[in-house]
Design a protein around this ligand. Sequence first.
Ligand SMILES: [Fe+2]
Length: 268
Amino acid sequence: MTGSASAHSAMRHVPLRPFGRIVEAPAGSRISEIPVEKLVRWTEESRVLVLRGFSLLEKQEFADYCRRWGEVLRWEAGEVIDLIVEENPKNYLFASGDVPFHWDGAFVEADPRFFFFQCLDATPGAGGETVFSDTTAVYRDADPALRERWSKISLTYKTDKLAHYGGEVTERLVAQHPATGMPVLRFAEPLDPAVYKNPVYATVDGIDAAEADDFLATTAELVHRPEYCYAHAWQAGDLVIADNFALIHGRNAFTGPTTRHLQRVEVI
Ligand SMILES: [Fe+2]
């Protein structure tokens, strides 16, 4: 048996609820030992893949590894974004409050297929779980009348550029997953300027203006239902790969002081 084959047989796959999977490997395993095609398949099947027991990568190594999956999105700050909670941030992503649902890269030209996180430090029990909502399941459960209504809707999002993103974008609510072909919802929650440091404004096309607020509220309620959401409580050493088309994601507020440090890379 080769080293790589024995590493595979030592891995344990644990299904998460209501979706997702943890792959646990003996300490010191390398993510590069698993063929990328296999990891892509697991990610598409599970939508969120949590790898535990694997060695974390140096910053440049992390970007270079992700390049094996596809083109890496380059932000002004570089290919790897450090997510550390700050005292007085300009952008809510770096604050300790909640982060409403969105998909990554809405305000850049390219639509990332996957995003990768590695967790360098975490404070268990202090909140801040990353919450993923499976929009393929939300769509699956919608009745024909609702699907028909959704098919006519487009949303325009606007935000100021205070961190590594900003601008205006219009998207149809229902899009097609580029790999699986399944319908997905491109829904981001508007951010109230009274609550968030960098508000996101949403305007809705395809329904009566009078119904827009109700549409935004009911859709937000729907995607937050527990049967569609997996909340990831971070442990230092976690590597997480998520499907940025099938899912939208956000973050629970922190409930206490945290030293959490994540690094994130987006693959187009
Ligand atoms: Fe995000």
